[in-house]
Design a protein around this ligand. Structure first.
Ligand SMILES: Nc1ncnc2c1ncn2[C@@H]1O[C@H](COP(=O)(O)OP(=O)(O)O)[C@@H](O)[C@H]1O
Ligand SMILES: [Mg+2]
Length: 594
């Protein structure tokens, strides 16, 4: 085995192995490696561009050493034509490479954003809202790095040794000089990375905190303004703002300091190279043409070092984003669409020894919750405020992250289901409704492709069709951010229609009648009866005893535990479903719509 083969085996094998390990490492790395063909093209175009970058230098050499010496016009024309040709190819290659990378960026984004989007939402529900919001900027940072200046810097880097080799061929002394300058620039880059890391991170963090603070206060502007809280809020904001300004100044200071040091090294290198060349010319070692060419070559050789330095900050940020993204996707694997049949028969619900906890809370919110709800049954949940009813609703829907025990939806653990697939089978009206900016129709259709028939069916079932038609724009009425232009009762009724959209198999309503007037209450009762008639499984949380009489089972939650579970018996005074101050008269049931 000759030296070259040995070298390849010793040097290249571990690199290839590392690449293989990397590609096996996670979903994200596998995904990125699936673009290896595009990256390889970018690599080869970069190689071509870098070789052709030498064209002006070679041209200069020809002018000085040939044209000026021979005084031949023909030679000048010939080399100029060649210059034109090669520069043309170089520009074309640069254009193709840029195009390739832009397209690669778009492709990368298109194929990842759905996963990131879904993951961000699930993380939001896990109470990791900051990381969830961060995920999108992580994605764009990784994409920008991999398809922008960062990648160019990395692809250009292997060319430094090649230029150094050419310089060494001109004269070994020039080679040594360029190595020294590369080392100095690399050292400066390394040190600036260390120096800038903390101030830049701190300044980013402070800016994020400030904007998060401002965001949350602006969202609740009406509370702030009505009770004259602006002054107090502004005080706290000013503290955040001052902090963020100080940190940002420190970050910028560190940055400019390092930038001026780099500039100094670069200028010095430029002139020193010329001086060294002149020295070699005086000694008669190289020609004047080679002296000027070596100056250009030295710039090319040290250029990637400089570019890497500029990309250093991006590299750190991109790496951090990459790791965050990788972990988030790893923690939330993609499920193949669930194998559940999509019929509109109710789903059976089984809870076994369920315990729900929350961070910063010693005692569990729910403990030892077990019950069986047959398909198509209606369960009413009552209990004092803070007893854990809303939490139980989220547990049942599989969106409370810290859940232990079993929650089975048609005998399948609900937490293992693909959220998108199972979402269509679930209807949920949260206690604070949570509508989104957009039209009424869009909200009810859950922002999917709107199907007018399904929308109207849902609205009729929820008894809001007439109410919606009374708006001047009807179903197309824009409801503003979070449904700002609607009243509390209207929001709740539209939220109910959204829960009923598309005949879900399990509907969970969390205090759907908190803001309702008589008409709304009546519509709700009708909806409940319609759901029962249709065979939908229903879980309804309410304080009102009346609606409980329409339920098949009633669960009383107290202090996070099941205090009672059974059939509602309203005539019975001792039944806990009848509050002591309540009015246990029988409910006048509305007719069941056909
Ligand atoms: N995200 C949370 N983190 C910590 N505690 C919570 C969280 N959400 C609710 N809780 C607590 O859990 C208890 C039950 O809340 P909840 O289920 O909303 O009660 P209910 O709907 O019965 O009024 C309350 O004491 C509440 O403070
Ligand atoms: Mg609640």
């Amino acid at each position: 085995m000759n030296f070259f083969q040995q070298f390849l085996q010793k040097r290249l094998q571990p690199k290839l192995q590392a690449l293989r390990d990397f590609s096996e490492r996670s979903e994200l790395s596998r995904f990125l490696l699936s673009f290896k063909r595009e990256f390889a093209y970018a690599f080869w175009f970069t190689a071509l561009i870098n070789v052709l970058m030498l064209t002006p230098t070679l041209y200069m050499l020809q002018i000085f050493d040939r044209v000026l010496v021979s005084q031949s016009e023909f030679t000048l024309y010939a080399v100029t034509l060649m210059l034109l040709f090669f520069l043309g190819i170089m520009s074309f290659s640069e254009w193709v490479r840029a195009r390739l990378l832009v397209r690669l960026g778009v492709k990368l984004d298109m194929r990842l954003n759905e996963r990131v989007f879904n993951t961000a939402f699930i993380m939001q529900n896990e109470g990791r809202d900051k990381e969830a919001a961060q995920l999108f900027s992580d994605l764009s940072r990784v994409r920008q790095f991999l398809t922008g200046a960062g990648l160019f810097a990395i692809l250009d880097a292997p060319w430094t040794p090649i230029y150094i080799l050419v310089l060494s061929l001109l004269h070994p002394f020039l080679g040594i000089l360029s190595v020294i300058f590369c080392l100095v620039l690399a050292a400066v880059a390394y040190i600036s990375g260390l120096v800038m890391k903390t101030p830049l991170e701190e300044s980013g963090e402070a800016a994020r905190k400030e904007s998060a603070y401002l965001d949350s206060k602006l969202r609740h502007a009406s509370v702030v303004e009505s009770m004259g809280m602006m002054g107090n809020m502004r005080g706290t904001w000013l503290n955040h703002h001052k902090e963020s300004m100080t940190r940002s100044r420190r970050g910028l200071d560190a940055q400019t300091r390092m930038q001026s040091i780099t500039r100094f090294v670069r200028m010095f290198q430029n002139s020193l190279c010329l001086g060294a060349g002149a020295f070699l010319v005086i000694l008669g070692k190289i020609s004047p043409g080679a002296m000027i060419a070596s100056n250009a070559l030295m710039n090319r050789a040290t250029h990637p070092v400089d570019a890497l330095m500029n990309a250093w900050k991006d590299l750190l940020a991109a790496k951090k984003s990459y790791l965050a993204l990788e972990k988030a996707l790893e923690d939330h694997p993609h499920y193949e669409p669930a194998s559940i049949v999509g019929e509109t028969v109710g789903a059976a619900l089984t809870l076994h020894q369920v315990r729900a906890t929350a961070e910063h809370r010693q005692t569990p919110i729910l403990e030892g919750i077990s019950f069986n709800l047959p398909a198509g049954a209606a369960l009413g949940i009552i209990g004092p405020s803070g007893s854990g009813k809303s939490t139980l609703a989220r547990v049942i829907l599989g969106i409370w992250p810290q859940t232990e025990g079993e929650v089975r939806y048609d005998d399948m653990p609900i937490r293992d289901q693909d959220r998108v697939a199972i979402g269509a089978e679930l209807g949920y009206l949260p206690q604070d409704v949570e509508l989104f900016g957009g039209s009424i129709a869009e909200n009810i259709a859950r922002f999917g492709a709107p199907d007018p028939e399904k929308i109207i069916a849902a609205c009729q079932a929820a008894g809001v069709h007439e109410m919606i038609l009374r708006f001047t724009k009807g179903y197309d009425t824009e409801i503003g951010e979070a449904g700002r232009i609607l009243s509390g009762g209207q929001r709740q009724r539209i939220g109910l229609a959204r829960a009923l959209y598309g005949n879900p198999r399990l509907v969970v309503l969390d205090e759907p009648n908190a803001n309702l007037d008589d008409a709304g209450e009546h519509a709700l009762l009708n909806a409940v009866l319609a759901l029962k008639a249709r065979g939908t499984t229903l879980v309804l949380i309410s304080h009102r005893p009346q609606i409980m009489s329409a339920m098949d089972f009633v669960l009383v939650v107290e202090n996070g535990k099941v205090a009672q579970f059974g059939k509602p018996k309203f005539a019975d005074e001792k039944n806990p479903a009848t509050p002591k101050t309540g009015n246990p008269r029988p409910v006048a049931l509305a007719p069941v719509p056909a």
